[in-house]
Design a protein around this ligand. Structure first.
Ligand SMILES: [Zn+2]
Length: 409
């Protein structure tokens, strides 16, 4: 394949994906404003304003990122940086490792101004932010150290394997990465989460009694019920189950307990339990595995094509350049896969809502959903295309009507 042609194709794809994302944001902005017809309540006005601010911010980030990527492509900077690294470090493995870590660090640094603006300007303006500057800085440092400690050795291992058996790397990388995500799912709550948050056992009382009673009725084995100090970062609330196998740990955000009635919190737990009982967690894990298998196989095949590296300004097959070029070429397909994944998770949300209604009553899950949506200033009138592309959870109004219409067993 012709490298120049491929480079132009990557440029066209980068521009097209960015334009498409900005257009979707703009559609959602217009759609949300339709909620302002008549004389809307103050909360609706605030939710629309929050939606508009967030979408415009997302568009700005998309345009800036695409501009940087295009500049790198047009000026051949990827290849130049790769050659610079190759010229100053001995050994292919170390060259590749340094190049990849430098790219990851570059992306991380590029993202910091956006995170600062989102946390301390947007979220603060709408009353969500609880993050102090100190927490923000410590989070970033912990993130980078943890990332380097986990990613560094894995990358090094994979790069070494690539040197030995270049044609086998795609499936070995597939196995390695899926193993790591399984391990993270298994030990994330007990090992990684405590690095960022304080977890305390839920104290004795009505909430604990009702949760335990629900679990007993459903024959559900619990190891621990934790309360997480999420309010040190944001006032938004959530809850989740974690752990692989029969025994689970529940993590409740402290803001969930603070802003909801006991029955609403138990309703939310019934929903989370539903995800597990209905096999959603397992099926999504399998789906992601299947998708990543196809992606890695495609990458293995594409890796033999030198044009991929040459399009980015490299000479001959360079694993690291091929990886970046492949990622860019693949981005529209990735977007489509995301749409499919979101469709699946939205369907699962309805299923889990029905489960919660069956085990704990419709009224509690409905009032929890309404309160969550209002507290999080969700878009009161999202655009259907935006929902299709990005919503992992259906809009609250849809979920409530789905629960209301359901005939429970
Ligand atoms: Zn859910």
């Amino acid at each position: 394949m012709n490298a120049e042609l491929l480079k132009n194709l990557i440029i066209v794809i980068t521009v097209a994906v960015a334009v498409f994302k900005v257009a979707l944001n703009e559609l959602d902005v217009r759609s949300s404003r339709t909620a302002l017809a008549g004389s809307p309540k103050a909360e609706v006005k605030k939710a629309v304003e929050y939606t508009v601010t967030k979408r415009r911010f997302e568009s700005t980030t998309t345009v800036i990122t695409a501009t940087v990527v295009l500049a790198f492509l047009v000026l051949g900077l990827y290849g130049q940086i790769q050659q610079l690294v190759a010229g100053s470090i001995q050994g292919q493995i170390w060259q590749d490792l340094v190049f990849l870590l430098a790219m990851a660090l570059g992306l991380f640094i590029l993202g910091i101004p956006g995170s600062i603006y989102k946390t301390f300007v947007i979220e603060a303006k709408f009353g969500f932010n609880r993050t102090t500057v100190k927490t923000f800085i410590i989070d970033r440092i912990r993130g980078i150290v943890l990332g380097a400690l986990i990613l560094g050795p894995i990358l090094l291992g994979l790069l070494w394997i690539y040197q030995q058996v270049p044609n086998q790397i795609w499936w070995i990388a597939f196995v390695a990465i899926n193993l790591i995500s399984l391990i993270t799912a298994a030990i994330g709550t007990s090992v990684i989460l405590p690095l960022f948050n304080k977890l305390k056992e839920l104290p004795e009382g009505e909430l604990r009694d009702k949760i335990l009673a629900l679990c007993e009725r459903q024959n559900y084995k619990l190891k621990r019920i934790y309360v997480m100090d999420s309010s040190k970062r944001s006032s938004k609330s959530n809850a989740f189950f974690s752990g692989i196998g029969k025994t689970k740990t529940i993590v409740l955000f402290d803001s969930l307990i603070a802003n909801h009635t006991v029955d609403e919190v138990v309703g939310v737990l019934g929903h989370e339990m539903g995800h597990d009982k209905l096999g959603h967690i397992r099926s999504m894990l399998l789906l992601n595995m299947l998708q990543s298998f196809v992606i890695f196989a495609l990458f293995g095949w594409a890796l033999q094509e030198p044009a991929l590296s040459e399009a980015l300004g490299g000479s001959g097959v360079q694993l690291v350049l091929s990886l970046i070029a492949f990622g860019m070429l693949f981005s529209p397909i990735n977007f489509l896969l995301g749409i499919f994944d979101n469709y699946m998770t939205r369907r699962n949300e309805h299923g889990a809502d029905i489960f919660a209604s069956q085990v704990y009553g419709k009224e509690h899950i409905i009032s929890a959903l309404q309160r969550l949506s209002a507290d999080n200033l969700a878009n009161p009138a999202p655009h259907p295309l935006y929902v299709l592309a990005y919503y992992s959870h259906p809009p609250a109004s849809k979920r409530v009507s789905h629960v209301l219409e359901a005939k429970l067993a």
